[in-house]
Design a protein around this ligand. Structure first.
Ligand SMILES: [Zn+2]
Length: 268
């Protein structure tokens, strides 16, 4: 089963979404739908209700989500309801000192709640990799996925040593730093993603779910293994990552990807 560990399905227009979900069902792509704010989380839950292959994830993105903070009760309820947590993290690329401080406060607050609820977290770390590592060391969440990591290699090694997972996206096709990361990364800590529909604005691509196939093929090539083998390894990694709590959900997705949707397409 193909795994897209990081997408933003609520970012698709209502016109595009049915085509996107049909392809997810058709190709049997288990997709983690990240959200970036409370409003985005509500939309993401609605999308996930349409398709068993979509796992909704609650997050407050450092750029979009952290400025409009939910109340503590809304935050706690979302943390309880969500099977996974993300996208959360830090982004220092354009942040002032006070914005960085605010991002960090929110990030650590959500990390604490995620740890207390034993949820897997998906982390954005752009330009802030060392502070992300420090926060992870302080809070010690259950398990973490680093999304689109592009930081220093010494911090990368520390994160690998702590057992973090890394989701590899379309940048593997053209970004030397990401290709280098793939070569360094132990196979048991590797996941695949699309960050859909980001490739539309960043690369002018159509940004459909089958983008993950290109990611799998190129990542496999860099690792010197068959694409089919990498697909199996990533599924196994994802199962290990989410553990018992989501095992039934992954089984249901792999066994019966048509359930929950209007479907009519053949599963791969
Ligand atoms: Zn994202």
């Amino acid at each position: 089963m193909l795994i897209d560990a990081h997408a933003h399905l609520d970012f698709y227009t209502p016109e595009d979404l049915p085509r996107v979900l049909a392809m997810i069902r058709d190709r049997g792509i288990l997709t983690v739908a990240n959200s970036v704010s409370l409003d985005s989380w509500r939309k993401t839950q609605q999308v996930a209700a349409l398709c068993d292959l979509v796992i909704p994830s609650f997050g407050l993105h450092p750029v979009w989500g952290a400025t409009d903070l939910p109340s503590t009760s809304d935050l706690e309820r979302a943390l309880e309801d969500a099977p996974m947590i993300g996208e959360i993290g830090l982004d220092y690329t354009r942040a002032t000192t006070s914005e960085r401080r605010a991002q960090r406060r929110t990030f650590e607050q959500v990390l604490h709640l995620a740890r207390d609820n034993e949820k897997v977290v998906t982390i954005h770390s752009k330009g802030a990799e060392r502070d992300v590592l420090e926060s992870l060391d302080r809070v010690q969440p259950t398990r973490a996925i680093l999304h689109w990591y592009q930081g220093p290699t010494d911090v990368l090694q520390e994160l690998i040593d702590r057992g973090a997972f890394f989701s590899i996206g379309f940048a593997v096709l053209d970004t030397p730093a990401v290709r280098d990361l793939v070569r360094r990364l132990p196979l048991p800590q590797l996941l695949t993603e699309t960050d859909n529909p980001a490739a539309r604005s960043l690369r002018g691509r159509e940004a459909m779910p089958d983008l993950v196939c290109e990611v799998v093929e190129e990542t496999a090539r860099l690792k010197g293994i068959e694409a089919g083998t990498l697909e199996e390894v990533v599924e196994e990694n994802f199962r290990r990552l989410v553990g018992e709590r989501l095992a039934a959900r992954v089984d249901r997705a792999s066994g019966n990807p048509l359930q929950g949707g209007s479907g009519g397409l053949q599963a791969r």
